[in-house]
Design a protein around this ligand. Sequence first.
Ligand SMILES: [Zn+2]
Length: 109
Amino acid sequence: MFMIGQGERVVPVGEPEPQHCPRCDEERDFQPQLAYKYGEFDLLFGFVYGRRYQLACPECNHGWRLDRREAERRYGKPDIPFRLRYGFFLLLGLFAALGAAYLANPPLP
Ligand SMILES: [Zn+2]
């Protein structure tokens, strides 16, 4: 049976940098983060969507979004678990293999 789940994660992607927080009205070490949502089937295959980079104040969580290309250039590619990153392609590959096996070995009429 297939179980389908989904969730959201926030991972830090780089060194904190000091920024003036308009909400705290003080200098804070803003943490660059990658937030993403993911879905998974049966805890084995998954996929990632709604990826966004943000800079967040550690005190009040106020923050703003970062440009994705800019952020990836600065912080490098984020560390997304393998099965979430490539799970969708693994799943497609599995279906393709099953389809090929079926075509190569069709059931007798
Ligand atoms: Zn703040």
